[in-house]
Design a protein around this ligand. Structure first.
Ligand SMILES: [Zn+2]
Length: 120
């Protein structure tokens, strides 16, 4: 591991925090967060997301004024570290207005994502 890779890691979520390698995206899934615009209360609790997120196939299935949440599972090809990133955003026309990013390193979302995965 080079020093350069190590120091830039914190600035990019797809670089492994442990060793600095670029992580592979293992799984992506889109969800709706049934919370209306401006009602989202930032939280880091996995249980909040596992009990509220509703799997959707595409953004157009989310009613106007509600939040979307993208889940990305990453795995480091070098050291095997895993990371799940949730991105809470508001789909506004063609844009995505990001509200929050939540990271889970300890598998908190794994079981939920396994059950709610389209395989795309
Ligand atoms: Zn790594």
């Amino acid at each position: 591991m080079s020093f350069f890779r190590k120091i830039r890691a914190p600035f990019h979520e797809d670089w492994c925090n442990e060793c600095g390698a670029t992580m592979d995206v293992m799984q992506k899934q889109l969800f709706m967060l049934p919370v209306m615009v401006d009602q989202y209360e930032p939280t880091k609790k996995a249980s909040y997301f596992t009990s509220n997120l509703i799997k959707v196939g595409k953004k157009s299935e989310i009613p106007v004024g509600y939040y979307a949440c993208g889940a990305h599972s990453y795995r480091c090809p070098d050291c095997g570290a895993k990371l799940v990133r949730l991105s809470v955003f508001l789909p506004v026309r063609d844009e995505e207005k990001y509200e929050d990013f939540i990271f889970f390193k300890n598998g908190e979302m794994d079981e939920f994502l396994r059950r709610n995965y389209d395989g795309k």
